[in-house]
Write a protein that binds this ligand. Structure first.
Ligand code: GLN
Length: 491
């Protein structure tokens, strides 16, 4: 069966019409993982037994037509910082390499309740810190379009697995672009919802004021289906929102023609040094696509753009340094003995964390230390406010903002590993949405002459995911970039 690149709704039709069972579908994806993942390394843990058990249960539900949802029997996988009861959750770190959680994250629970089949846990940058998925204790993830290239990070395993057809969709997390950047690099669609739209309970915290979970799929439609299953208020997460939940997938076919939408393009983004010329052309083409469908285009200004990367790397590292204090060799994960308590902490953390995580903990501790707090952390909080204001102001002039997702297509594995600053700059277009808490989506818009996928980003006002999904769905109904398959995964 050639189901690997079927949409979730096509798979759903096959399942309800009993043309295929969930167990068969699950076996099919497990076989593909065995066949192709040796060269991509997108999975850290494959939970085969548990997946087949969930598939069996889904088949029973389908047979009785009992609580069948759009996800019942559909195989998916989760980034390995989403807690799964009884299934190892490592955050791609040595310190948690044998940690088996005693409970499920809210999103895990919601997906299981909807009948989805969880195939396993996906590789990533350690504790989601990175833009390349190279910072993993389990080895780097490779881009299915070219295995010498990075799939982007930190949800590189999620995007690579979707792009290689090893799962029908996946969950990722996005603190500063980690859903969108890998989606762009791997030619798939990824949505970072509004901060608070999806519960963070059971998402291992990196930077709590920025972290958000979201879907990575083959299309906006698939992302809408997943978002419907995971969004909503959760009493376990005090930052989750009770804003009413629209039936996203039902709105997607609404026409954008005549709907009076204005797309803003920030001049600071297009004037950015280092913007790859093929990506600049792709931006032009995407703009023209929407213009031809009656959307108005407007040049806008986000004057604080230049400060976004430094603001983010102060706030994210500050929050990370506090969040990661809990890994002390006593309460969770790896424990290395020592002559006294301090030595146990020291040895466990020294051996448990990788270099990038240590760099962030040191940076974060520094910016929070007395004497530097006002100059760095305090200042960054103020600039975050100004960036948020920038967006509030421009959303009075336009409905959504269009930009590239990343200034370049996928870079080579190792290309930036000795230059953390160059790596941090790949986040230039994605980071502001996290600072402002607004939703943003990345979708494929073509390929470079070297056959690497390119992605564009749309950002909207808080809780306006519907508009993002609608625009991308409209684009995907008339283009086929999102249906392309990397050659390595067809042989
Ligand atoms: N690349 C950014 C970082 O390294 C964003 C990571 C993320 O969104 N989790 O922090």
């Amino acid at each position: 069966m050639d189901s690997n690149y079927k949409s979730i709704s096509d798979l759903h039709t096959l399942l309800v019409e009993k043309k295929i069972s969930s167990v068969e579908l699950t076996r099919y994806f497990l076989d593909r993982i065995k066949k192709y993942d040796a060269s991509i390394n997108s999975f850290i843990t494959i939970s085969e037994e548990e997946a087949l058990r969930l598939a069996q249960k889904a088949d029973e539900r389908l047979a009785k037509n009992n609580h069948v949802t759009a996800l019942t029997g559909i195989p998916i996988a989760l980034k390995d910082l989403i807690i799964t009861k009884g299934i190892r959750t490592t955050c791609a770190s040595r310190i948690l390499s044998s940690f088996i959680p005693p409970y499920n994250a809210t999103v895990t629970e919601q997906l299981i309740t909807s009948g989805a089949v969880i195939l396993g846990k996906l590789n990533m940058d350690e504790f989601a810190m990175g833009s390349s998925s190279e910072n993993s204790f389990f080895g780097p993830v490779k881009n299915p379009w070219n295995v010498e290239r990075s799939p982007g990070g930190s949800s590189g395993g999620s995007a690579a697995a979707v792009s290689a057809g090893l799962v029908s969709a996946a969950l990722g997390s996005d603190t500063g672009g980690s859903i969108r950047l890998p989606s762009a690099f791997c030619g798939v669609t990824g949505l970072k919802p509004t901060y608070g739209r999806v519960s963070r309970f059971g998402l291992v915290a990196f930077a709590s004021s920025l972290d958000q979970l979201g879907p990575i799929g083959r299309s906006a439609y698939d992302c809408a289906i997943i978002l419907e299953a995971i969004a909503g208020f959760d009493s376990h997460d005090s930052t989750s929102s009770d804003t009413p939940l629209p039936p996203y997938s039902q709105y997607l076919n609404d026409s954008i023609n005549g709907s009076n939408i204005t797309i803003g393009i920030p001049k600071e983004y297009t004037h950015q040094k280092g913007l790859h010329n093929e990506i600049a052309t792709a931006l032009e083409n995407t703009k023209n696509f929407f213009m031809k469908r009656g959307v108005k285009i407007k040049t806008i200004s986000l004057p604080y753009t230049d400060y976004a990367v430094s603001t983010y790397y102060i706030l994210a590292t500050a929050e990370a340094s506090t969040n990661l204090a809990r890994y002390d060799g006593i309460r969770y994960g790896l424990r290395e003995e020592g002559k006294d308590l301090l030595d146990v902490y020291l040895n466990s953390r020294t051996r448990g964390f990788g270099d990038e995580v240590k760099r962030r903990i040191m940076l974060g501790t520094y910016v929070l230390s007395s004497g530097y707090y006002d100059a760095y952390y305090g200042k960054a909080c103020k600039v975050r406010r100004l960036i948020t204001e920038d967006f509030r102001r421009v959303f009075a002039e336009c409905d959504v903002i269009l930009s590239p997702t990343s200034p370049t297509p996928a870079f080579k594995i190792g290309e930036h590993s000795h230059d953390p600053l160059a790596m941090y700059l790949t986040d230039i277009y994605t980071i502001s949405a996290n600072l402002a808490g607004i939703p943003a989506i990345s979708f494929p818009v073509g390929f470079t002459k070297n056959n690497l996928p390119m992605g564009m980003q749309l950002m909207a006002k808080k809780f306006n995911e519907t508009q993002l999904l609608q625009l991308v769905h409209c684009y995907q109904k008339e283009t086929d970039w999102h249906t392309r398959i990397p050659e390595t995964c067809t042989k």
